[in-house]
Ligand binder design. Structure first.
Ligand code: SAM
Length: 290
């Protein structure tokens, strides 16, 4: 009987979290009780393949060759690391995050499906300020995670460490958002496949530029995941960040600004620019070259 039980178990279809969530999303049956937090985040916030292409394009434009090694600071579930090594068999990735369970989720759901290529990714559970090797061609700190460093001293210490962790032909990729709307408490909602996402700019302090934001999710049955993610940041401007990067030894900082389509809407294409349009809200990349 025990053998039979085992056989039945093995013959059951086994779905990964990603597959299970997609089936529930397609059927309109995601709820706050069955939805996976990291799957929701990845599917509403991240676009790793696009970011990999962008990093390669920017590196090639500066150094005339393709980067192979990439470090993802604040890597969370290491989605960018996974997309990086999946893109090219010469690519290697190092992901750093201090949250063990989030890294473990990434190991199971993003790295394991890569099979052998997962060996090209090293995940380190530590504060990004403690990891000093190996040197890589690029370091990416995206989705504004570097805004957790609120003082010039803390951010400067981080930038100096990053610079020393880059190869001689190396670059740091940071993202940044701004515009007048970035300082206004408000909720921005968007519909995703099977759930709704809200970005809640809850508080802004004009004295020190500290900002508190949350992500909430809502499901077709009306259930909600309130404060699914919470952020306590300083809204750094591009000008002060560029100055600080140069003070920390980076030789050049280039802003990649997003273009617009024929209706004036952001088109997802970022190009080097010295001027920005007066959009009420914008996202841009700061690229610092060693
Ligand atoms: C907003 S998530 C970013 C996830 C992903 N990289 C992305 O682009 O969406 C921020 C992550 O940074 C991690 N984190 C925040 N401060 C950190 C630090 N000083 N050292 C290491 N990890 C940190 C958190 O554990 C969390 O997983």
């Amino acid at each position: 009987m025990a053998g039979q039980g085992k056989m039945m178990k093995h013959s059951e279809p086994r779905y990964s979290v990603n597959e299970r969530m997609q089936v529930l999303a397609d059927a309109g049956r995601l709820t706050s009780r069955n939805a996976d937090l990291h799957w929701l985040y990845e599917n509403s916030v991240q676009n790793a393949e696009v970011e990999v292409d962008f990093i390669e394009k920017v590196y090639r434009a500066e150094f005339g060759k393709s980067p192979t090694s990439m470090r993802e600071d604040f890597c969370g579930t290491a989605l960018l690391c996974s997309a990086w090594v999946e893109k090219d068999e010469t690519h290697t990735a190092l992901g750093v995050d201090y949250d063990g369970p989030t890294l473990e989720w990434g190991r199971i759901n993003n790295l394991a499906p890569l099979g052998e290529r997962a060996n090209a990714v090293t995940l380190v559970q530590d504060d990004v300020r403690n990891v000093r090797e190996p040197k890589t061609d690029t370091i990416a700190a995206t989705n504004f995670s570097w805004w957790g460093f609120k003082t010039r001293k803390d951010l400067g210490d981080y930038f100096r460490l990053v610079r020393s962790n880059l190869k001689d032909e190396g670059m740091l990729v940071l993202d940044c958002y701004g515009g007048p709307e970035a300082q206004v408490p408000q909720i921005e909602e968007k519909e995703e496949d099977g759930f709704d996402y809200s970005w809640d700019q809850d508080e802004f302090n004009p004295i020190n530029n500290e900002i508190k934001c949350m992500i909430h999710f809502e499901f077709p049955d009306g259930s909600r995941m309130e404060n699914a993610f919470e952020y306590d940041w300083r809204l750094w401007s591009m000008a002060e960040t560029s100055d600080l990067l140069k003070d920390c030894g980076f030789r050049k900082v280039v802003i990649y600004w997003e273009g617009t389509d024929e209706d004036g809407e952001p088109n997802g294409v970022f190009e080097p620019s010295k001027t920005g349009d007066l959009a009420p809200a914008w996202v841009a990349y700061l690229i610092a070259f060693k």
